[in-house]
Design a protein around this ligand. Sequence first.
Ligand code: ADP
Length: 173
Amino acid sequence: MADKKMSPRVFLFPGSFDPPSLGHMDIIERASKMCDKLILGVMENIHKSKKSFSAEERKTLLMTLCRVYPNVEVITFEGLVAEYVDRHGIHFLIRGMRSYGDFEYESRLAIANQQLCGVDTLFLIAKPQYAHICSSLIHEIACFGHRLHHFVPELIEDAVYTRLTAPDLQKME
Ligand code: ADP
């Protein structure tokens, strides 16, 4: 296990980011100010649908969005968050909290991670203007042909919309 004493404060924000939304970006911006380095861990999406973005696609989108944050790094990883935390000396996990529905799931996850590797999770409450945004909503709205400016950052809106409305399900590189 990496020694956490005296080392720079490194936070890990794990998520599926399928695709990255305005809500995710707000959490990223706020969390990046609380640590020396913020790692965004792009995980396999266990609820994935036919149009889900691949991990590499989600990583590329996040890297495009995070160029403005010099202390944010994007990685993809498989396996347990607790194993990554142990191996890389992560100080805290970051998660967003949108609603009471999130609380039930998130608190179970946070307790499990605490038990598995002793790491604590810091929760940032979603801003009201983003609290309704989730991956399934974005996929559903694109599926009906509506643009996504209210849900994903302008910088990736075109790419996300095009990819989600592509009839041939071609993956974007
Ligand atoms: P989703 O639940 O939308 O599929 P993720 O699995 O990527 O999103 O979620 C990763 C983390 O980001 C979770 O802690 C989740 O609560 C948080 N998050 C997701 N969407 C938002 C949002 N709109 N505002 C704040 N936090 C969010």
